[in-house]
Design a protein around this ligand. Structure first.
Ligand code: UDX
Length: 436
């Protein structure tokens, strides 16, 4: 089957490469010539473990190609995916659908064969209806069906999530739409990955509801962590204790500095806007957004407290380990590290940071943070070390060396990576999340 993937960003590129790996004939399209040139040269526009090798092997086998020419690239494709960005619109938090609509118009202007048009971009409820209207108003005489097929890919684990999904959600009530989509996902169907067919609107809402629910779970455990600190309980035990209840589930109950990334912050805001438009408030999600927003700077204040409070902190230096919103990505979007660093700098604290992949993206966002190329360089001379992202290389720091290089043995672990007893036995003052 021939598949066209419009948009060669994170979702488009991972999905396109995986579809090609399933044996489909895939062309990834992007209007950014430099991105397509780079892909032709084997250079990935994003950091995602395993993606370069997957792209390379499928390009070699002739199943994966790249193009800037949408009009010719979509010819003969039975499924045309729209995987362009839907950023938060400046000012109001609504998802900006201008790229999705523009692609729909372009497809309508050049579609010649029968095809299913699939929105993979995260789009508010009703977007499929609008895409359908745009195509109906276009010049095409081909038979088409607009289908919603949201993605649930985690950065850093995207290929595995794509190939071994918990479920595939397909929003279409038409036989033609279902038949083509079954063929698209046939390799996974044979694998017995569950495929859930729903209405288009339900599929669109499932994506937002899933992300909002996960963001709620994280925020819930973060507030429990704060309470644990006050009452003298341990949030790791509380997480385990509630997570063993099958109705609750153990995942996404890891307390930390708040969620960030390209999806949760943007999608929770967009859901609030949809709820507002339909006059059906989602108050829990409203609270989640507020609590998470204020948590990031609060984590900076936690580090200031460890330095002995505002007065004592002024003029001191913090060595920050990790900048990205989570490990195994170079993505800095809405990373808690930004709020932590800014709160520290606002209090007159100097920040020296190291991140294995994120420093290039972090530089423009945190111009006053001094970036260094090694974790121990960030620690050298620091009055406190703050572990902000749980990269593997920070999990087994040589604590004796840390103590030797740092100005003072203070470790603030915002990801609960270390065992408090062990770190304290090594002579550190140790502060973590939700552990008294
Ligand atoms: C998320 C969803 O998981 C994915 O299904 C969706 O399609 C896109 O958004 P991603 O943003 O890549 O994926 O990251 P994820 O691993 O879900 O983590 C999101 C944020 O939550 C990170 O900042 C992470 O540190 C934080 N988090 C996650 C916690 O603080 N605690 C947890 O227990 C889990």
């Amino acid at each position: 089957m021939k598949i066209a993937m419009v948009g060669s960003g994170y979702v488009g590129l991972v999905s396109g490469a995986c579809f090609a790996d399933f044996g489909h004939d895939v062309v990834c399209i992007d209007k950014d010539q430099s991105k397509i040139d780079a892909l032709h040269a084997g250079i990935m526009p994003i950091y995602e473990p395993g993606l370069d090798a997957l792209v390379e092997s499928n390009v070699k086998s002739g199943r994966l190609s790249f193009s800037t020419d949408l009009a010719s690239a979509i010819q003969g494709a039975s499924a045309i995916f729209i995987a362009v960005g839907t950023p938060s619109r400046r000012g109001d938090g609504h998802a900006d659908l201008s790229f999705v609509h523009a692609v729909a118009r372009e497809i309508g202007a050049s579609l010649k064969n029968d095809a299913v048009i699939v929105t993979k971009s995260t789009v508010p409820v009703g977007t499929g209806d609008e895409v359908e209207r745009i195509l109906q108003d276009s010049a095409t005489t081909a038979k088409f069906e607009v289908v919603s097929n949201p993605e649930f890919l985690r950065e850093g684990a995207a290929i595995d999530d794509f190939k071994r999904p918990d479920r595939i959600v397909i929003g279409t009530e038409s036989d033609f739409g279902q038949e083509v989509m079954r063929e698209v996902y046939r390799p996974l169907y044979l694998n017995e990955s569950p495929i859930l067919f729903t209405s288009r609107r339900s599929a669109e809402l499932i994506k937002y509801a899933a992300n909002a629910f996960l963001a709620t779970k994280i925020t819930f455990i973060n507030e429990m962590a704060d309470l644990c600190e006050k009452v003298g309980a341990d949030v790791q035990d509380v997480s385990r204790g509630i997570g063993m209840d099958g109705r609750i589930g153990a995942k996404f109950l890891h307390a930390g500095p708040g969620y960030g990334g390209s999806c949760f912050p943007k999608d929770t805001l967009a859901l609030l806007k949809t709820a507002e438009d339909y006059e059906s408030p989602v108050r829990i999600v409203e609270a989640v957004v507020k609590v998470n927003d204020s948590r990031k700077r609060a984590m900076g204040r936690k580090v200031i407290d460890a330095l002995g409070g505002t007065e004592a902190a002024r003029g001191k230096t913090v060595g920050m380990l990790g900048l990205t919103f989570k490990p195994n990505t170079d993505d800095m979007r809405d990373s808690p590290a930004i709020g932590v660093a800014q709160a520290l700098q606002d209090a007159g604290v100097k920040v020296v940071a190291y991140d294995p992949e994120g420093m290039e993206q972090a530089r423009p966002l945190l111009p006053d943070v001094h970036m260094v190329n090694d974790p121990y360089a960030a620690i050298t001379g620091a009055d406190a070390v703050a572990l902000v992202t749980e990269w593997n290389e920070f999990r087994a720091l040589d604590l004796d060396r840390v103590k030797e290089l740092a100005n003072a043995p203070i470790l603030v672990d915002l990801r609960n990576v270390y065992d408090p007893a062990e770190v304290r036995a090594a002579g550190f003052e140790y502060v973590s999340i939700g552990r008294a």
